[in-house]
Design a protein around this ligand. Structure first.
Ligand code: HCA
Ligand code: CU
Length: 500
């Protein structure tokens, strides 16, 4: 595919100090990043189903208020459709859908439904814009429902017509389509379209379809079901969910189903974050506001209790950090060397980790940012001290300053604000698994250590942060964790230590 220049990203990087004995200048305050995008312009809508598919994650049950809060954030981020739940499941699911629909967000609000008139009635009662009616179409599923193909078509058509007669838009889902008989899928979908469905969902219900096959399937269906809008719903059982969703779009899908953080049945479905970023970076296709992704992710982590892994694309703690000496040096020279796209496009920042893997360039750069300039010999001393302590996973500014003072043999003043250390005592609800809460706290940026303790409180957290504002953020993030009932914070004024 031919490429054309379409995007420029400006980002602030630190200055590099170039000096000799007569002059010094600071250069390259900005990095200009040019990304090439394919010419062919695609369009795709995002349907978020965190509240329906996401609540089918084992262990997850969102409160009605949590659903309303998540739906507001999804709407703010600019998703096109919100699948708010399956009202026939339980009264609280129906209530949440009603409340979300009543807020009249910009996004289209959907209710999920079996191909049953009473399910469709439950959707109508919620005041949604659209009902998503699903029916299993594989031979096995039809056998289990004791239905012939003709009966299945009749059942689908009946529920679709019922919804249309009550003024609802309809999406028809041919459940497990990627394992179904192609001829029958086309037949039942054509009947659904004729009955009034204007969207057809083609789910890879068990996450078994690799991207190449997904693209072919959507190309064929776009041709054979001309006129219908096609949705891709990709499960992640074999790790294909993002790739197959992108392939489906290449094949002709006009909407992709996602959940925040990829939650859902079993291994979940396409996570919104990498899908939306891939659409922008690879195809220059705008979907949602990318800078909203980290906060959406945290919100869903909090309400679902499903922790984000540090290596989760886009939103994981580590994914914009560079550790290896070679990597760090290259990134300091030019971030593009080891970055697919600038972290700023999702509102995050790059970090350079100083550990036994660090090299001279990374260390010098970090010390320079602290306003400390060392001679070559002093720098090498600090570096070898760092390499002698492999157990230190990531050096903090205060530790580096201490090493620099030792190497220089004199007191050095940091030109950045002194860090704040604090101890936070955390109380949990009596029925929560404290270790799960402790693990989640450990992933919050600024948290140094987490201890499970006995006594009036359940967990003790040691913080090391740059400012009072950052301390507030950390406390806020701890309080947001499901199961945390309260915190009690003490700031460290002085420290006495027996460790070397
Ligand atoms: C389900 C099945 C479904 C439906 C997807 C869709 C699937 O959990 O009820 O309606 O597009 O994966 O097939 O999630
Ligand atoms: Cu699904």
């Amino acid at each position: 595919m031919a490429l054309v220049f379409l995007g420029i990203f400006f980002e602030f990087t630190h200055g590099i100090l170039i000096k000799n004995k007569y002059w010094s200048i600071r250069k390259s305050l900005y990095t200009v990043r040019i990304i090439l995008f394919p010419v062919q312009q695609m369009k795709v809508k995002i349907l978020d189903t965190t509240l329906r598919e996401g609540e089918q994650t084992p262990g997850v049950s969102f409160s009605v208020d949590a659903k309303v809060e998540i739906a507001r954030k999804l709407d703010e981020a600019g998703v096109d459709m919100i699948e708010a739940g399956h009202p026939a499941v339980s009264p609280d699911v129906a209530e949440a859908i009603k409340r979300i629909a009543a807020e009249r967000p910009s996004a289209e609000i959907l209710a999920h439904s079996r191909a049953l008139v009473q399910d469709v009635d439950a959707a109508i009662a919620c005041g949604v814009d659209r009902v998503a009616i699903f029916l299993g179409i594989t031979e096995k599923k039809l056998q289990s429902m004791k239905m012939t193909e003709e009966k299945a078509i009749e059942t689908a058509v009946k529920s679709i017509e019922h919804a249309r007669n009550h003024g609802l838009k309809v999406r028809f889902t041919a459940e497990d389509a990627t394992r179904g008989d192609y001829g029958f899928i086309v037949r039942i979908c054509k009947a659904a379209i004729e009955a009034g469905a204007d969207r057809i969902s083609i789910p890879d219900t068990v996450g078994i379809t690799p991207p190449g096959r997904m693209k072919d399937l959507f190309s064929r269906l776009s041709r054979d079901l001309s006129g219908a809008e096609l949705d891709a719903h990709c499960h992640n059982d074999l790790g294909f969910a993002v790739a197959s969703a992108i392939a489906a779009v290449e094949g002709g899908a006009t909407a992709v189903h996602t959940t925040v953080n990829g939650i859902g049945e079993r291994a979940g479905i396409t996570p919104m974050e990498p899908f939306a970023v891939a659409m922008k970076v690879l195809y220059n296709v705008d979907t949602v506001d990318l800078t909203k992704l980290p906060e959406l992710s945290l919100l869903v982590e909090k309400h679902s209790g499903v922790p984000i892994s540090p290596i989760q694309p886009i939103v994981g703690e580590n994914v914009f950090s560079h550790k290896g000496g070679v990597h760090a040096a290259a990134v300091i020279f030019d971030p593009q060397t080891y970055e697919a796209f600038p972290p700023t496009i999702v509102g995050r920042q790059r970090e350079i980790v100083i550990s036994k893997y660090a090299g001279k360039v990374a260390l010098e750069d970090r010390l320079k940012r602290l306003g400390v300039a060392l001679t070559e010999e002093e720098l090498m001393k600090v570096l070898s001290a760092i390499k002698e302590r492999p157990e230190v996973r990531s050096y903090r500014d205060v530790d580096l300053l201490e090493l620099a003072e030792k190497a220089a043999g004199k007191k050095l003043e940091m030109q950045v604000p002194k860090r704040i250390e604090a101890l936070v005592l955390v109380k949990c609800e009596s029925n929560v698994y404290t270790t799960a809460v402790a693990r989640r706290i450990l992933w919050i940026k600024g948290v140094k250590k987490v201890l499970e303790i006995s006594g009036d409180f359940d967990i003790e957290v040691m913080l090391d942060v740059e400012s009072v504002n950052q301390m507030n953020d950390v406390l806020e993030n701890i309080r947001k964790i499901k199961g945390v009932t309260g915190t009690n914070t003490r700031i460290v004024l002085k420290k006495f230590n027996n460790e070397s």
